[in-house]
Design a protein around this ligand. Sequence first.
Ligand code: URA
Length: 236
Amino acid sequence: MRLDKYLSHLQFGSRKEVKALIRDKRVRVAGELVTDPGYNILPGVAVEVNDAQADGPLEVDYLMNKPAGVITATEDPVQPTVLDLIRPHDYRPGLYPVGRLDKDTTGLLLLTTDGNLGHRLLAPNHHVAKTYTATLAKALTDDMKRQLEQGIVLEDFTTAPAEVTVVPATNNKVIQMTITEGKYHQIKRMLLAVDNEVVALTRIAMGPLHLPENMAAGDYRALTDEERAQLAQISK
Ligand code: URA
């Protein structure tokens, strides 16, 4: 990200004002004076303005309740992204979402500046469990449940067995489903393959992380030290 854009994000002023700040030799990046407003800030690099650190911690990670209607991407020329929900002061260069939820899927999304964390959590050999609550178009039959639990043959791959539980008092129309892969539209495609359809999808857990019950859609918070330690354990 450009230095002037970043400082503007951190509310040091409008783009014009921060450009003047930079040209006035009042900004250092990694200890070096930088006078080019277009200088590219890399993740984790310390930025100082008037000899004081410009931001809080350089590395951040957030647990978000993704709302419907925003895409899981760092930027998009047209559609709102999950990064647009991050308040300017919480933003850091290099912040990105780990994995992808569809535009209409809600729920738990991890965002981090730690590039390695994302790679490790998404690595197929780590089999990190992801649990979703899915509302279905039709009641789940025993046969559909058995097929999902055995694994489904899709066009491009055969899924590992899923864990499926029916949410009580929903006429078998709401299920919780845990998968360890994360292929494109995987839950929706698995349900279509058993002649059903997902009408609403929310991710409620990923590895040791759980969607807090009281977190409003679009809200987020920093991970706790315990969550961070648990993530470090599973992604070693
Ligand atoms: N499976 C889907 O079909 N969509 C998601 O967003 C996540 C898992």
